[in-house]
Design a protein around this ligand. Structure first.
Ligand code: AMP
Length: 309
């Protein structure tokens, strides 16, 4: 069975949406990724850092989901990463209100010896310097390296990000970030430019408008499910990434055709994520729930062009 290493923030979030507000709840890119991936990848490991304010029961929950947490550092006397965001009425865009790096500021991503030789690597949202350090610290290059990032890092570390991009296979970003990274408005032109920066595959997420996969001359589009309830989009991007990489690790097939299915797996997981605040709606799913959601995507875009015009 293929193994998956997830690296990224494990954090506290405070979220405000038009439907309500939370105090500090558990969040973080790696939290969402690893919960989502756990439904597919059964041999999963995590590298991250928290302060001693982080709830032990969340770490135990990840362990119950089959995630090896030996690489999750707990820093005594320090505070966990904290992020706060507020969504606009359209729920597709948001403002970051607070980013307190805390333990992430000096994060040294130590890779436990037992993690060496992993097959798939998912680099969640983190400083691009740290993401690169992880790649450099692996004795053997994984079969596939995917990386997620955000505008925050493009604003303050664009050159470092570009150096890291040279080392990855799949880049997962949203449309706004693709435009910022490439300086191009057309996503097709942006994709060409970004692919020339290193990643062979590019996924551009478009929130409630689905996701695009680019590879060479090939493009695949997956819609997002039109949902009745969208409560909190926080973590949807990470949950998508977790479903995507988890599916690839489970099937151990990195062909373009299989990546299409992986994107549907990611989109299905993200559709659950937005239905409640935080990680709540992805904590206790089962294979049938997920498979049925994936089938809804198949139905949504299934049509026949019966005759020539
Ligand atoms: P998403 O909604 O998928 O973009 O991800 C939201 C998650 O990313 C939240 O749970 C945050 O804790 C985390 N996050 C936000 N900003 C950063 C950052 N600068 N570095 C690492 N993680 C972050």
């Amino acid at each position: 069975m293929s193994s998956l290493l997830t690296v990224g923030s494990v954090a506290f979030d405070a979220i405000e949406t038009p439907f309500g507000k939370t105090d500090k709840i558990v969040g973080g890119a790696a939290t969402y990724i690893s919960i989502s991936a756990s439904y597919f990848a059964k041999d999963q490991k995590i590298v991250s850092v928290v302060g001693d304010d982080f709830p032990t029961k969340t770490i135990e929950f990840l362990q119950d989901k089959g995630v090896n947490t030996d690489g999750l550092q707990i820093k005594e006397g320090e505070k966990s990463f904290f992020w706060s965001g507020k969504y606009h009425n359209d729920m597709n865009s948001r403002d970051t209100l607070v980013t307190e790096l805390n333990v992430l500021e000096k994060f040294d991503p130590v890779i436990p010896a037992s993690y060496q030789g992993i097959d798939y690597l998912m680099l969640g949202n983190l400083a691009p310097t740290v993401q690169r350090q992880v790649i450099e610290r692996l004795d053997v290059r994984p079969k596939l390296i995917a990386l997620d990032t955000m505008n925050f890092w493009m604003d303050i570390m664009m050159d470092e990000l570009k150096k890291t991009l040279k080392l990855v296979d799949v880049l997962i970003i949203n449309d706004e970030e693709a435009r910022q990274l490439s300086g191009e408005y057309s996503l097709r032109v942006a994709a060409k430019k970004i692919i020339s920066m290193g990643p062979k595959y590019l996924i551009i997420k478009k929130g409630e408008h689905g996701a695009l996969l680019f590879h060479g001359e090939n493009i695949f589009f997956a819609p997002a499910l039109p949902l009745e309830v969208v409560f909190d989009p926080t973590g949807a991007g990470d949950t998508f990434a977790g479903g995507f990489i988890g599916y690839l690790a489970k099937t151990d097939d990195v062909s373009f055709e299989n990546m299409k299915r992986a994107i549907i797996a990611g989109s299905a997981m993200a559709s659950f994520c937005v239905e409640k605040f935080g990680t709540e709606s992805i904590e206790y799913l089962n294979d049938t729930d997920i498979y049925n959601r994936m089938l809804e995507f198949v139905d949504l875009v299934d049509f026949n062009l019966e005759r020539k015009l």
